[in-house]
Design a protein around this ligand. Structure first.
Ligand SMILES: Nc1ncnc2c1ncn2[C@@H]1O[C@H](COP(=O)(O)OP(=O)(O)OP(=O)(O)O)[C@@H](O)[C@H]1O
Length: 457
């Protein structure tokens, strides 16, 4: 049997900033740190807000693998999906999900382009090659079907005219889709054409955040059937199934200012993503004392994936985010969803913890400095407003000495002048230390950024 090293894993891919984001003046607030950590900064946090200043502006999330704009399609495929191929040929099931908000790069990862093909084509190419290289290759048959689930209805993306398809359970209790087109070409170009055409058939609608947002889950189902002669010469058929799923945009219905039809879609999408999250969550706790009941019936998506999610199968989730400051809220919720999909804290490498600790220390120093700046600023302000709101006092100080002898007046004047000069000097000192503190603050921030960059490289 195939090695079952890890049942499920969660990866994160941060795409490059795009032209629209750059035009809007967005900055990158999501960074990869090392191989397994992503740091998200809150762009909206007010540095003047003293109450929150002691909290860290950076939030770190740890995954099995993190990719940023430098990762190639090949890198992503190798680190997430390649190791599943062998198991599928041996008759195991596996699932790869692309999760994330609209426009974050899910379709790019799964389908890709002719010159930069994604996981779909790379997986199929490896499957065909592995079968060809194996001795009993002649007994293996690979077929694929491509479908979408939109508002809880299944449609064949390779033959959209066939209408709505039904899920059936066969005599052995495995889930089948009645009447779906199955294709068995091994020609890379042909596959890419089929999938690109199929993807164009997906239900896409403009949302407030993405002009051609996919509102459906697209599922590429790859089936490997292997005939073997058993010891008693009876023929056995081993079936391995791989599901490659490009999920619908995960943004919340309320956030895309959607109404009517969009709202309904949003509700269906939320429901199925929630069901999926629950299933993955429950499965990741399998074998532990916290085992939960897994309810696959909650949505079409989880029903379809029942065999692939349960039992002895593997799941890979690739979460996607934009690094833009304008997508902060979406990125935060995506990171939380993916982070919670699996408890992976225990597998974190030691050196990574050192890095995050160092960053945490930097952040602490910055918070201290920020508090000091606030303290000085408010002190400076009270002094200035005291002076402004009490002009009478100043007049009095200056005019009072105008009595008695001239000598008396002069002594008084000098005293006051000295006091004033002293106050000005003190104010000057305070301003200088404020500027110095702000410089140190800035330098530390630059230091942290440089630090992050070096690690990322
Ligand atoms: N890693 C990347 N490198 C370069 N371009 C990318 C990358 N990821 C995404 N893009 C580009 O960003 C745009 C949006 O990506 P994509 O269509 O994959 O988003 P999506 O998450 O599938 O959105 P939706 O859920 O709305 O379908 C596309 O033009 C795509 O080519």
């Amino acid at each position: 049997s195939a090695p079952r090293t890890q049942q499920s894993s969660v990866a994160l891919r941060i795409r490059p900033l795009n032209d629209t984001e750059l035009e809007e003046g967005a900055t990158a607030i999501a960074h990869k740190v090392g191989d397994q950590m992503a740091v998200l900064m809150d762009p909206g946090e007010d540095p003047e807000d003293t109450l929150r200043a002691h909290r860290s502006r950076e939030k770190a999330f740890i995954f099995d693998t993190v990719f940023d704009q430098h990762a190639s399609q090949e890198d992503v495929y190798r680190a997430t999906t390649q190791q599943l191929v062998e198991g599928v040929i041996s008759g195991y099931n596996a699932t790869v999900f692309a999760y994330g908000p609209s426009g974050a790069g899910k379709t790019h990862t799964m389908l890709g382009t002719d010159t930069e093909p994604g996981i779909y084509l790379r997986t199929l190419a490896d499957l065909f090659q592995a079968i060809e290289e194996s001795r009993d290759g002649a007994d293996c048959r690979v077929s694929m079907s491509y479908l979408e689930i939109y508002n809880e209805v299944i449609r064949d993306l390779l033959n959209p005219a066939s209408g709505f398809l039904e899920l059936r359970e066969d005599s052995r209790g495995s889930i089948q889709i009645a009447g779906i087109t199955e294709v068995s070409t091994s020609h890379a170009q042909e596959i890419m054409q089929l999938l690109t055409k199929g993807t164009r058939q997906r239900t896409q609608e403009p949302t407030a955040t993405h002009p051609t947002s996919s509102r459906s889950h697209a599922v590429l189902q790859v089936t490997v059937r292997q005939r073997r002669r058993g010891t008693d010469l009876a023929e056995e058929v081993h079936v391995g199934r791989l599901f490659l799923v490009d999920l619908a945009g995960s943004e919340r219905a309320s956030q895309t200012q959607n109404q009517g039809k969009r709202m309904k879609e949003g509700a269906h999408i939320n429901r199925s993503l929630l069901a999926l999250g629950n299933c993955i969550n429950a499965l990741s706790e399998k074998g532990s004392s916290r085992t939960q009941y897994v309810n696959f019936r909650d949505s079409k998506l989880t029903r379809l994936l029942k065999d692939a999610l349960g039992g002895n199968s593997r799941t890979v989730m690739i979460a996607h985010i934009s690094p833009a400051s304008t997508s902060f809220e979406e990125s935060r919720t995506t990171l939380l969803y993916a982070y919670r999909a699996k408890n992976i804290k225990t597998r974190v490498k030691r050196n990574l913890l050192n890095v995050s600790l160092r960053i945490a220390q930097y952040t602490d120093v910055i918070s201290d400095l920020r508090r000091e700046i606030e303290r000085l600023k408010s002190k400076l302000e009270t002094r200035e407003t005291d002076k402004r709101s009490d002009p009478g006092g100043r007049d009095a100080q200056v005019t009072i000495p105008c009595h008695d002898t001239e000598e008396d007046g002069r002594v008084q004047m000098n005293k006051i002048r000295a006091q004033l000069i002293g106050a000005f000097k003190e104010q000057l000192e305070m301003r200088r230390s404020l500027v110095e503190l702000e410089n140190t603050h800035m330098e530390l921030h630059i230091d942290v950024s440089r630090h992050l960059l070096t690690i990322a490289e």
